[in-house]
Every structure is written in C-alpha cells, then in structure tokens.
Design a protein around this ligand. Structure first.
Ligand SMILES: [Zn+2]
Length: 402
C-alpha cells in the first residue's frame, strides 16, 4: 500500500487525472495502454497519473494482463475501498416512516459499508445530536478497521435551505420542532471530526446522487422532487445542481396552490406541501377515520386493502401533486422529472395516474414531451448524495453545484 495523501493536503487534480479515475472506476482493471487509447491521453501522461494514483493507494498494479503476443502489459486495478466518506441524512424515512437520523459509511463506489439509525427524541439539542454522530462515526471507523485518514469527510443532508459554502442551515420549518433549526452554523461542529464536514439541502443531495449514481446518470436537465413530510426540489441544469443567488432555489414545497387558508409551518398559507407531501395522506386519513395510521406505510396498506376512504384521499392527493408538478414544468421545462423520497414507495400506484393528471388538458405539454420517473435510489438518495459530497473534489471537481 502506497503512502496516503492527507485530505487537507490533497494535491490539485486535473481533468486527466479524474478522467483516468472515472474510467478505472467503471472498468475496474485496465493496462496503461488501454487507458491511453480509451481516454485519448498520451502514454507518458497516463503513466504519470497512474503513478500518482498508486502513490495515493487509489489504484494498484495487479499483475500482467492477457496479451496477444509480445510483452505483457501491467494491469492497473481500481481500489474502491481505498477512500471512504460518511453520509448523514437528518430526516431519513428509510425502513420506517418516522423521522430518524441515518449515518452511513460509503466507499468510492458509493456502496454503503456500514450504517446506524437513531431517533431525534433521544436528544435535546443539535449539539447533542452532532456529538452522538461523532461517536457513531468513531465506532464505525473502529469496527471497519479503516485508517481515519482514508475518510475524506462527512456530508450532511438537511431538510431546509442550506448555504453549503458558509455551512449554514438557514430555514428548516419541517425539522423536528424544538431543536432550534434556524441559522444553524455547522462550522461549529467541524472540530468534532478528524475529517472535513460538508452540508447540503436534502433534495439537492438526493438529486446529486440520482445524477451520479441513479436514474438520472445521462440526464442533463431535470427536476428531482423529494416528497417526504415536506417537499423540496433539486434542480439540475446541464449536469449541475442549480442553487440560485441565495442558495434557496427548489423550495417548491412552499409554492401556494390553494386558497383554503390552511397555515403552513413556514408561516404562509396553502403551501403545496400541505396538500402533496406524504404527511398530507396521514393527516387527511386520520381526520376522516376512527382508525389511526401513523406513517406512510400504514396509508399504503389501507390504499392496497383497498379502503374506500384511502382511495378517495389518494385521488385528491394525486390532483394536488399533479398541480404542483405542472407548475414546475412551466418554470423549468425539464427533460425529466424524477420523483423521490417517501412517496416513491407507491411506485405503480403513483406514476400512471399522476401522468394522466399532469397531461390531461395540458396545452403546453404532451405525455411524450418529457419523462416522469420514479427515483431508482428511493430512500437511499439523500444519504448517498450526502456521502458523495466529500468525494466531489476527488471525483468530479468542485463544479457540480452552481
Ligand atoms: Zn409553507
């Protein structure tokens, strides 16, 4: 194993280095000659870059490869477990619909190698939560027996507006009330960790994961819609996450869609997420029934049973979801809309009836003008996207967020 470059002293990586890394990541094992011919980079430049990657322990020499005569070339093998990152989802709905915090260790392939969940309710402040996350990451690093300098960082996905440069969570109306999630400066928590800390809005993190790993890999312009207890959008323009002037683009859950006068957590009335977030299904069902449900899974079971009340609520819900998506089509004219978050578990019950509503009586868009898709990463999108943030410089350059 070669010597390790400490993340803080990471040398500048050029596009050739990343191109070679991406090719090896995809093909796993190639000779320098194959790398040169597939990338169009000269053999001496490939040799320099491969030597550097060997030094860093990201690839290794893997013996002589098969050859059709002449000297056999040395094969270079990609090592996905040479670097790690932690992804944290502050409002995970994975496995359970109650909001939990999820901490996952991922490798260079964005495979989850270890993970832990814990409840908000067990903690009284963000300080306590962050200290607990530190303890969890320490425990995971120890159990996985990885050198801590191989961890490039911890990325945190937050349901609210996030300034990723200043590391501030600005407004998060849906995050566990009472925790004071407002203008929260995550730089204060950097000292807890032996590696760099990154933050990003949940829908943006999830959109990033879909863009790099999921259903949106070749899709350049899309709106990723995260439908959980709230609704947020990650807007992808030509392969970049568009965050806007104040880094608040995509707060689409707070677009006004009705005039009933229902008060939203943000202080305004009749926001889209009051009608079309997954919480609306639970709330509406419990208001009309003596049978209580506590989570989205419970609603899905009622819908499948089929319970006529659940069916009626679902139909109305789809109307509102379609209204909001139609508005987004008018704003962004995307190639794709990817629907993720908790609601993606409704799969076939969701997609066709939703499309029917979006394109019925729509003078601007026909069904084949764009694709509406269900997220392929489902509930993993946000935590994987968070875990990709520390890998940005290594794998993508710092140009994925604009
Ligand atoms: Zn609102």
């Amino acid at each position: 194993m070669g010597k390790i470059t400490h993340p803080g002293r990471e040398r500048i990586r050029d596009s050739n280095n990343r191109k070679i890394l991406h090719l090896l990541r995809e093909r796993r094992q190639l000779s320098k000659q194959e790398i040169a011919s597939e990338t169009g980079i000269s053999i001496p430049t490939v040799t320099n870059n491969v030597s550097r990657l060997i030094d860093e322990g990201i690839v290794e020499e893997a013996g002589l490869s098969e050859s059709t005569g002449g000297r056999k070339p040395m094969s270079i093998r990609y090592l996905p477990d040479s670097r790690y990152a932690f992804g944290v989802d502050f409002a995970s709905n994975h496995l359970t619909a109650s909001n939990k915090i999820r901490v996952a260790l991922t490798n260079l392939d964005a495979s989850i190698k270890a993970e832990e969940f814990f409840d908000y309710q067990d903690f009284h402040s963000v300080d306590e939560i962050m200290t607990h996350i530190r303890d969890v990451t320490d425990r995971i690093v120890l159990a996985a027996r990885i050198p801590v300098e191989h961890v490039l960082g911890i990325g945190i996905s937050l349901p609210g507006t996030v300034n990723e440069k200043k590391k501030i969570l600005e407004v998060a109306p849906n995050l566990s009330p009472g925790l004071g999630m407002h203008d929260l400066d995550f730089r204060a928590y950097e000292k807890l960790f032996a590696f760099p800390l990154f933050v990003e809005n949940e829908a943006n993190a999830a959109a990033f994961a879909e863009l790099v790993l999921g259903i949106a890999q070749d899709k350049r312009n899309l709106v990723y819609l995260s439908v959980n207890r709230g609704i947020g959008a990650g807007i992808v323009v030509r392969g970049h996450i568009y965050k806007g002037n104040m880094k608040r683009a995509g707060q689409v859950g707070h677009i006004t869609v009705d005039s009933k006068g229902i008060l939203c957590t943000c202080g305004m009335n009749d926001c889209w997420e009051l009608y079309a977030a997954s919480g609306a299904l639970i709330r509406n069902y419990n208001m009309a029934s003596t049978r209580r449900i506590t989570d989205t899974q419970g609603f899905l079971e009622r819908l499948r049973s089929p319970d006529p009340l659940a069916v009626k609520i679902w139909e109305r819900y789809l109307d509102y979801l379609a209204i909001g998506i139609s508005n987004l089509l008018l704003c962004y004219d995307p190639h794709y809309v990817v629907i993720g978050g908790e609601i993606s578990q409704f799969d076939e019950l969701l997609l066709e009836p939703l499309k029917k509503r979006i394109f019925a009586r729509n003078k601007f868009y026909k069904g084949d003008d764009l694709e509406i898709l269900i997220s392929s990463l489902k509930d993993n999108a946000a935590v994987l996207g968070a875990g990709l943030l520390p890998f940005q410089e290594l794998l993508y350059g710092n140009n994925k967020i604009i």
